[in-house]
Ligand binder design. Sequence first.
Ligand code: ZN
Length: 444
Amino acid sequence: MIRKFALLLVVASLPFTGCEKIKKLPFLSKKKAVEATAPPVPSLATGPIAPPPPVVAPPVPAKAEPTSTVAAPAPKPEFNTKASVIALCYHRFEDRPKDSLAIKPSEFEQQMQALADNGFTVIPMADFLEWRRGEKEIPAKSCVVSIDDGYRSGYEVAWPILKKHKYPFTMFIYTNYVKGQPKSGGQSLSWSELEEMRDAGVDIQSHTVSHMDLRVKKGKTPEQYEQWLRDEMVNSKKMIEERLGISVKCLAYPYGNHNAEVRKIAIESGYEACFTVYGQRLTYHSNADQLGRYALESSKPQVFVSAIKMIGGGGAGSDEGGADMSQMAAASMVTQPMEGQTITESMPTLKVNLATLGEVDPASIAIRLSGVGPVPVKFDPVSKTVEAKVTQPLKEPHYTVILSAMVKGRKIETRWSFNYGPAGGGASTNTEAPLPPRATPAKH
Ligand SMILES: [Zn+2]
């Protein structure tokens, strides 16, 4: 604990000296090209305030292939795909945080300042999506800020702070919680407040209808479950689009939880980017159906430290022991297949080099594959390479590999994803891929 705070202090105390840096943020001057045809935006000069023009959507090759909707499109040769993005996820802003969803306004303010001080450019979600489509380049170190659920404090407390920094941001709302809807409460935002935010350039996206864990089937037949998933994902999108006259392209899974069917239906429901709360560095090749966000709260300051270092595994509730240094190393591990790669071999050997992790306990190394489970590993202590031969044929279009190990008595975990596209095509999606919910706060 002491160590974690000490680490935070080191990082936190560095940034807060230079306010002037913030004025140089490149994104402020980069907007005009996109916004040229949009109506003037009163305060935040960013974010979609109107649906994008309905025509001239450039052909997206990936969309045409049923099994590869999550793969990134092939960009123009000169297009810079190399940027890194962190996505931050907040919920409520309170002076005395009562639970794991809240953060103190003063801490939020410090984090916003630290982004600038650490060289991040906060970009609108729209820019992130355009970059992923290969249409627009973004700064090398970019950040997307998002606020989940639709609590008043996002409007009353966070918004003024974000405005001050001229940061664009996204609100992920679940429609049942909006004032007047079945699950609304004293802290709910109203549609008119959301309209006000929209008019000021705030991006508004979907967090489903009811905020229930999308993996839970509870007595539903497979058909009922599928229909329920569609209702949750399509109806919230439609309602927000109809009430606010915008185009909703992004989904935040409630609690960050998903499985293969959830992800498939999310993409089929028209979402272009689906977010979890498993914090990780996002790249051009990160899979669109599980983009990790760092969930920030007052009780876990180390998550923000991980975020600005772009270390994986920083989701809410992500670890008890804390593993700042080890996770940092994990982010630089060499893997095979690589993150986002599409392979055709049905029984591949997964490889990962652990050299950057330091002293790994060989007996503790475990690799799990989504939809498959544990895969036996072989560790070569000389090269520090772990190999895991998959012995049952792959059949899903998308897989996540989870590696865990003990390093100097602390458990570390990292994960990466790859796609499987057999030469003949036609991967089926019958098998559920239960991703262990590492990031599952009580409510969120
Ligand atoms: Zn939520």
